[in-house]
Design a protein around this ligand. Structure first.
Ligand code: NI
Length: 136
């Protein structure tokens, strides 16, 4: 049996979906308004879930204070109120789609966790559109 602990987080960021070696026409066709050269913003909601075995001594899977600090340092401090394309190393050459943002966040948090837990990152780009990335 495994148990899951989740924490919600939030950040605002601007981005532009663009593939540099494509024509303007193809970029517009594939990414539509998200290809706007002057960028646009999203209010991202993030749910980070850790799943694994309960520690019987502490009664914890993970101390939520530790999870909170990891999310603050790795995600909020890095991406909140930033232009993802221009201001961050992670998206200098990676297209900042919701999918890629979720994968980058997963890697940043995963390196801070014990390796015996499953990490799930659920990223809402809008209320209705969200992506999920999960692994151990
Ligand atoms: Ni967008």
């Amino acid at each position: 049996m495994e148990i899951s602990v989740s924490r919600k987080s939030h950040f605002n960021a601007a981005h532009r979906l663009h593939v540099a070696n494509w024509t303007d026409e193809r970029n517009k066709q594939v990414f539509g308004t998200c290809n706007n050269p002057n960028y646009h913003g999203h209010n991202y909601d993030l749910i980070v879930t850790v799943t694994g075995q309960l520690d019987e001594e502490t009664g914890y899977l993970i101390d939520t204070k530790i999870l909170r600090d990891i999310i603050k340092e790795e995600v909020e401090d890095r991406f909140d109120h930033k232009n993802l394309n221009l201001d961050t190393e992670e998206f200098k050459s990676v297209n900042p789609t919701a999918e890629n943002i979720a994968v980058v966040i997963w890697r940043l948090i995963h390196k801070r966790l014990n390796k015996n837990v499953t990490l799930t990152v659920k990223l809402y780009e809008t209320e209705r559109n969200f992506v999920e990335y999960s692994g151990r």
